[in-house]
Write a protein that binds this ligand. Structure first.
Ligand code: ATP
Ligand code: MG
Length: 394
């Protein structure tokens, strides 16, 4: 039996998984998920592109790494694959929970994991009326949110959003009304409004990797990716923030394992990336100005990393582009300023290890360009190991 990799578009993560599989001597079977016909009839199924029939190859695959890009596509893909009798990383139950931030928060809450204060209002800000016109609900929604959270800074986010898109901060009621007015039911926010109290994190947040192989207990990687910057309250990498590989305190690792168990349930194998924030409040062990100055020193080196990342050649000659990326990253990481900021994050995390709030689980994390190089975790390895563990245990 072999391992499959399904995707619609090949990005560096998928190229990285293929390269890693090659290095490990693992045969990886490609399953396309875009211009193909998935056909079901009384005799069985077939999956064919215009020029190729993939059905036979797929027959021999027992585990599939689901790397379809969007949450929607990934969820459809896992449903199809599981119906065809395949094991999938991640399984549909995991994808289903991770699809929605609210669902994830509900599971965390049930599992006793601390999360940011969250209020969900199942009402849209404007609703069309039968006879034309619309009902405006911003005031009521704002009242409901503030009734719970008070007159504090509030974050509004789309339930199934990614890359920090439309995650917005309301410092006052007028901002809140404007932001609520801009919300619209959509594929990434089907119903209502998800609001959170602004967590008093410092200048960074964390992405923590937990993996579970069949027959083993879940494992939290000892390092995490810290995304850091002062530009915006959103510190995620998509917005161009810098990244640091940081050591995690043991207590945080065991909470992250609990998060994994809460989301992974009884599934044989899974891989998850949790987003977490340290509610450090005023516990700042260093001056903001000092850290900003260190960022400034690092900027040209991080710009060079971004420059290589943006290089068109990456897909044409992946392995030579990859070498360039690794070199640029190494230069960035070897700066004294990198070490200084990293130490501050590690110390702040250690001091506030009991003030960690988990708020999201990502089922298909990007990793090749940041997590691998900053935190030293090539997720392709645990992904492939998870798949192998299922084959071995079956
Ligand atoms: N309640 C909050 N308090 C403070 N900051 C927050 C809060 N929620 C989100 N953020 C910040 O906004 C960023 C984006 O939020 P979130 O992770 O919810 O959005 P996203 O669209 O899933 O982004 P990504 O796909 O990069 O994870 C987080 O990395 C964090 O820095
Ligand atoms: Mg997130």
């Amino acid at each position: 039996m072999s391992i499959g990799i399904l995707y619609d578009r090949s990005e560096t993560d998928e190229l990285g998984i293929r390269l890693t599989a090659e290095e490990l001597g693992i045969n990886l079977v490609y399953i396309p998920f875009r211009k193909v016909a998935i056909n079901l009839d009384e005799d069985g199924y077939s999956i064919k592109s215009k020029g190729k029939n993939y059905s036979k190859i797929i027959e021999d695959v027992s585990v599939v790494l689901n790397r379809a890009q969007s949450k929607n596509r990934r969820f459809v893909a896992v449903n199809v694959l599981e119906a065809l009798g395949k094991n999938v990383i991640n399984p549909s139950l995991v994808e289903y929970i991770c699809f929605s931030k609210l669902r994830t928060l509900l599971h965390f809450w049930k599992g006793g994991i601390r999360t940011p204060r969250t209020v969900y209002v199942p009402c849209d800000s404007h609703e069309p009326m039968a006879g034309g016109g619309e009902i405006r609900n911003e005031e009521t929604i704002a009242d409901l949110i503030q009734q719970e959270l008070g007159n504090v800074s509030i974050v509004i986010k789309p339930d199934a959003g990614t890359h920090g898109k439309n995650v917005r901060l309301a410092k006052e009621r007028t901002d809140l009304l404007t932001i609520l007015g801009d919300t619209e039911p959509s594929i990434i926010n089907p119903v209502g409004v998800l609001a959170q109290k602004l967590v008093q994190k410092w200048f960074y947040d964390l992405r923590i990797i937990v993996t579970k192989e069949s027959g083993n207990v879940p494992y939290c990687h000892p390092t995490a990716l810290a995304r850091a910057g002062f530009k915006d309250f959103r510190t995620n990498t998509f917005l161009g923030n810098m990244v640091f590989g940081v050591k995690l305190p043991i207590q945080i690792r065991s909470t992250a394992v609990k998060c994994g168990e809460t989301i992974g349930k009884d599934s044989k194998a899974w891989l998850l990336a949790f987003d977490a924030m340290i509610n450090a409040g005023e516990d700042k062990i260093s001056d903001d100005d000092y850290i900003k100055a260190e960022f400034k020193k690092l900027q040209p080196f991080f710009d060079e990393v971004k420059n290589v990342k943006g290089n068109e050649a990456k897909k044409r000659n992946f392995s030579s582009w990859n070498k360039k990326l690794e070199e640029a990253f190494q230069t960035y990481k070897s700066q004294e300023a990198y070490e200084n900021v990293k130490k501050i994050i590690e110390e702040n995390t250690e001091r506030n290890r009991h003030n960690i709030l988990f708020h999201e689980a990502n089922a298909c994390p990007e990793f090749w360009e940041q997590t691998r190089l900053a935190a030293g975790i090539n997720l392709a390895v645990p992904l492939l190991k998870c798949a192998q563990s299922i084959i071995e245990s079956d």
